[in-house]
Design a protein around this ligand. Structure first.
Ligand SMILES: [Zn+2]
Length: 307
């Protein structure tokens, strides 16, 4: 983390490795609020880290758990934190009904072939409103692109932006095609423009370190976005690789035929194969080859390993 970044004293970022998204703890003299909860297979660590934080805070009780968006690496620990600590969950307003009905098709965990334990929300939070967390005001903005319903939190006093997967130091989260085959490049671009207008001095991304050189990050993301927009096939291949890498990170190792069968049963990968006009087996082979070439996976005797 760049040491010259001025953060509030009651604000702490836990930078997680893949697969879990980063967690943010913000507290007042009475309450601790947490942003995002990580991936379900890492929940023991999520709890351990939270317990460590709680030990440093006296007379402070858990209050809100807030999700920037509902991807399995951001909300996989929700059920555990709600049951274990009594957090009240706030989700982006446009996802509230889907959560309460646990509408798998709408929530998209199955579509991406990722697990997420069922949870229910206490309420939702809305764009164009202000949430007070840790005695700081956080303006809420909608951030379409990576995830249509995602929301950003921005504190004007410290100029801190909590960006989820809308902006990382080097890029942003995958731009998944919807069931019409359409990736929301326009939405992603408008989100980057919105961020530029807010002029944050510090960004806390969903993945990777907190960073300060925000205009550089925005330029990098804009270039990446126009590259993907001009090469939609590259975008689709990239998504297949990202999903495969995510799965091998989750499993660490698996039989070749188990991975192939996961490919065949994952709706997003079926969609991508169709859009690229290749069979699912071809997409699987292509994707495996690129991960091996990138040293992100290795194969030994019919067994795949994370690398
Ligand atoms: Zn995401």
């Amino acid at each position: 983390m760049a040491s010259n970044l001025r953060l509030p004293p009651n604000f702490h970022v836990i930078e997680r490795g893949w697969l879990s998204a980063n967690q943010i703890y913000i507290w007042s003299e009475s309450f601790l609020d947490v942003i995002d909860s990580g991936f379900c297979t890492h929940q023991a660590q999520t709890v351990e880290l939270l317990n460590l934080q709680m030990k440093t805070l006296t007379d402070v009780s858990p209050r809100f758990l807030i999700n920037t968006h509902l991807h399995s690496d951001h909300c996989g620990g929700n059920a555990f934190l709600i049951d274990g600590f009594g957090f009240k969950l706030l989700v982006p307003f446009a996802e509230f009904d889907a959560v309460q009905d646990w509408d798998e098709a709408q929530l998209g965990f199955t579509e991406l072939g990722q697990p997420c334990p069922v949870f229910s929300a206490f309420g939702s939070y809305h764009p164009d409103t202000v949430l007070t967390l840790g005695n700081l005001d956080w303006e809420i903005y909608q951030a379409p692109g990576h995830e249509h319903e995602a929301q950003l939190l921005f504190n004007p006093e410290y100029k801190i932006l909590i960006s989820g997967d809308a902006l990382w130091e080097k890029g942003f989260g995958a731009l998944f095609p919807n069931d019409q085959g359409f990736s929301n490049f326009e939405g992603a671009l408008s989100t980057l423009e919105l961020i530029a207008e807010l002029q944050p001095e510090i960004v806390v991304p969903g993945h990777g370190s907190i960073f300060g050189n925000v205009s550089n990050a925005i330029s990098f993301a804009q270039e990446r976005l126009s590259y993907l927009r001009d090469n939609p096939e590259r975008n689709l291949i990239h998504i297949a690789n990202v999903l495969f890498k995510f799965k091998i990170l989750e499993w660490q190792s698996c039989q070749n035929d188990v991975a192939l069968s996961w490919f065949q049963n994952t709706l997003m990968l079926q969609r991508i194969a169709k859009l690229l006009n290749v069979s699912i087996q071809e997409l699987y082979q292509q994707s495996m080859n690129s991960l091996i070439k990138a040293n992100a996976m290795r194969v030994n005797g019919g067994q795949l390993f994370n690398a």
